[in-house]
Design a binder for this molecule. Structure first.
Ligand code: FEO
Length: 394
């Protein structure tokens, strides 16, 4: 277990996972991921969320070690009193039934939506254990008090966050989470952005609503369900969330995402990248057939301009470009300038199909001209490429 110091009363009992191949069966996590869980020790003892089933054994050991410590200090058996469930997604909630079976008097604290969905995941009867809370309700543990705020669709409809008012801690559920295990030293912004855009990105308006609620709280510590506990410079993280959830670009630059079959579309995309760099533009180039799709999606949102470069395939789009555009659509892509580069050896269709996607994105502007390559870039195509580079350059 990574050593995480929060306070005497608030203890980290979560787990790192370096073995997972794909988080949510889709996201590469080269540095793993953490499933965070916390224990609040007061007159009453509360567990703040469980962990993924992949980490059950380690989590139970972490919990038991802390509980034995408390029992020794108090000279009597002290089972936990409450399990607070912020989010029912299995990467956090997999062990609800297991922990309830282990501690027969444990009460489950959550909201009506959680309790309505619980039977979809578990077979046990939770009646008699439920402490149902709603917006603004509070629960005293002794010298600590938990206040509950609903955060629907920050990531699922039942999500709620908990604010502990004595130590001024926000337990933020998926919010302010990050890919990467806790024993990994890496830049927060990068992996938090890739996590946010890809996992919570669709839900900008609900995130803004939560930020509005959070602005009324004096928060000193943020305890998310993934990634590091945030104790310093909280304004930085709040500003990033405000920016990302507004869909405004974070940086000036051009993301070029290409889908190339035999390398000719890739060559044209790279030539465009070189032209833009000659003009002093920041360029982020992604091979959609090989590179991390989540990183390409992240950069499409990060930068203010995007170029889609794709080959025509079976009269449609080369599939990895279709996949990329579907991801952008799912994540509510908007407010960007988009250029198009198509390739087709006998009946180019990619440009028309990519434009249809872009026209469906809110407040996106198409940069002209569309570059059409027929098999390989020739003088006419190169001329269009120069014009597009000129149009995209700032
Ligand atoms: Fe980390 Fe939405 O679960």
């Amino acid at each position: 277990m990574s050593q995480v110091n929060i306070s005497d009363a608030v203890r980290y009992i979560g787990c790192d996972d370096h073995e997972i191949d794909l988080f949510e069966s889709q996201y590469q996590v080269p540095n793993g991921v953490s499933y965070n869980s916390y224990l609040m020790v007061d007159e009453k003892i509360a567990i703040m969320d469980t962990v993924d089933a992949r980490a059950t054994t380690e989590w139970l050991a972490n919990l038991e070690r802390e509980m034995e410590l408390v029992s020794r200090q108090r000279g009597r058996e002290c089972p936990p009193d409450y399990l607070v469930v912020s989010h029912l997604e299995p990467d956090h909630a997999a062990n609800i039934q297991k922990i309830c079976e282990k501690y027969p008097k444990l009460k489950v604290v959550s909201n009506a939506k959680t309790f309505a969905m619980l039977p979809q995941f578990f077979t046990m009867d939770f009646s008699g254990r439920k402490v149902e809370v709603k917006e603004g309700d509070s629960l005293s543990l002794g010298s600590h008090t938990l206040h509950f705020y609903m955060a629907p669709m920050v990531h699922w409809p039942e999500v709620m966050v908990t604010y502990e008012s004595t130590e001024k801690i926000l337990f933020s559920a998926d919010g302010f989470g990050k890919f990467g295990a806790l024993d990994t030293q890496e830049d927060w912004d990068h992996e938090a952005r890739r996590y946010y855009i890809n996992i919570v990105g669709k839900y900008g308006a609900p995130v803004q609503a939560l930020l509005k609620k959070a602005s009324g709280l004096d928060i000193q510590i943020i305890c998310p369900l993934h990634g590091p506990v945030l104790k310093e410079n909280l304004a930085h993280y709040l500003e990033k969330y405000e920016l990302w959830s507004s869909y405004r670009p974070e940086n000036e630059g051009v993301t070029i995402a290409y889908a190339s079959i035999h390398g000719n579309t890739a060559a044209a995309a790279k030539e465009l990248a070189a032209l833009l760099e000659e003009k002093g533009q920041k360029v982020s180039l992604h091979d959609l057939a090989r590179d991390d799709m989540a990183k390409a999606v992240e950069d499409a949102f990060r930068y203010d301009r995007l170029v889609l470069a794709a080959a025509t395939y079976d009269g449609g789009l080369f599939p990895c470009m279709e996949d990329f555009l579907y991801h952008l659509k799912l994540k509510n892509y908007q407010k960007r300038t988009v250029g198009i580069l198509e390739n087709g050896s006998w009946a180019p269709m990619a440009g028309k199909l990519m434009k249809e996607y872009v026209e469906g994105f809110k407040d996106c502007v198409l940069a002209e001209p569309t570059v059409t390559v027929k098999s390989t870039l020739n003088a006419a195509g190169r001329d269009q490429l120069c014009q597009l580079a000129q149009a995209l350059a700032k």
